[in-house]
Design a protein around this ligand. Sequence first.
Ligand code: BES
Ligand code: MN
Ligand code: ZN
Length: 487
Amino acid sequence: MSINIKDVTVEFVDGLIITAFEDGENNSSELENIIKSTTFKGKEGEIFYITELNEKVKYKIFVGLGKKELLNGEVLRNAMAKAAKKAKELKIEKIGVEFFDTDKICVGGRIKGITEGIRLALYSFDKYKEQKSTYSPEIYISGVPTQKLEKATERLEEVNNLVDGVIKARDLINEPANSIYPESLAHEAIKIGAECGFEVQVFDEKECKDLEMKAFLSVGMGSSKKPRLIVMRYMGDNESSDVLGLVGKGLTYDSGGYSLKPSNSMVGMNGDMGGAAVVIGTMAAIAKNKLKKNVVAVIAACENLVSGVAYKPGDIIGSMAGKTIEVLNTDAEGRLTLIDAITYIIEKEGATKVIDLATLTGAAIVALGNYTTALMCNDEDFYDEFMRAADVTDEIFWRMPTFKHYRKQILGEKADLKNVDPNGAGTIVAGMFLKEFVQDKPWIHLDIAGTSDTKSPINEYIVKGGTGTPVRTLYYLAKGPCGCHKK
Ligand code: BES
Ligand code: MN
Ligand code: ZN
């Protein structure tokens, strides 16, 4: 699928997507007539189409943007997503999207909303099916004012690269665990790094042993598919010593280990590398758009399985940071892999700020469902910076507390720490465990257990399966404040 900016005539395309405001003086008389004579009123997300206008243009799809005053990026993405799905249903292969005027969203923001809405909504994962729903239309955004053309073209390229990053993350999450395991995930990272322009270094089990990553390696012991530490580097700003560190949970499968999951909970655990997929997708978008930032990403990739050499409940293990841990539940494995990755990214890669992303706790799903990502943080300025980026993307985060009371829930009896506690607050306790390893660095923890993949669509453009959440927010965080996406 491709989206371009090009003025098209009705003869050139097979269908046009035209937006309408509920309370607008819609400039075309055709639209005014439709609003007068049909049920279509331009309400938010409302769809209406007409067909067989002449031999060339087969369809016009009208989509409502609702009230002018209430228009924002999310309304636009959802409306465009609906129109795109209608175009797919009608099998329109060449689509024109009429650019529209508004003072609520800048030109670049409109290009972004149109592109994200359409491309993300048309995503599907069907590579293993005989009947593929291959729909890959040519799309032209038509009618961009000449004096804005350069800016619009620049933004289109940027957002196309960003959407590519989201789609890469979705694809990786949707792959089954017999296709994506530590070694093959590392190969994907290498391939994407070469394509997008970031460096990738992969450490095998022996090299991780040399780094004393005892917690990470304990989790991976039970599988014959051996662990890999995947390090991705993009140094876009040699005038700065700041390094943003991204750590993604990379359990390519989580059976629970000896604290075995019930069968129903095990289904879908190929997606326990959602954090890893998101950091790969984010690195791809950052590098492709050549951001002036230094960003390093680390994935401690392994499988949590049962075997004669697997780690066991009751084991006391070490960690790269030196702290010892009582493993009371082998299913609380994510935190054990993450702490070594966090220590590594700070001590070996010089990360000055750290964000970790992990499908970490079922409790996050209980608390917040699949719409909201749980967030924990130890630094107010970093939190504000992050939430400003989230405001641009409409990805949703909610902060959990880090009251020191909760620290009691991770202190071990026989060792420094323990990996689970029976007193509830599962999401917070997991975050508190990670917090022990971030030293003095500004840190954000994102528990994406609920938001990384979904059994049913979350909105019009976050379809079922891997979501790629929150690639877009991380990208805009790395890019820094821009201020032109929204008024
Ligand atoms: N990967 C799971 C968390 C998860 C559950 C992600 C459901 C996505 C959907 C994690 O490793 C896990 O098993 N967590 C345990 C922790 C518990 C043993 C303290 C959980 O949430 O049950
Ligand atoms: Mn687990
Ligand atoms: Zn897990």
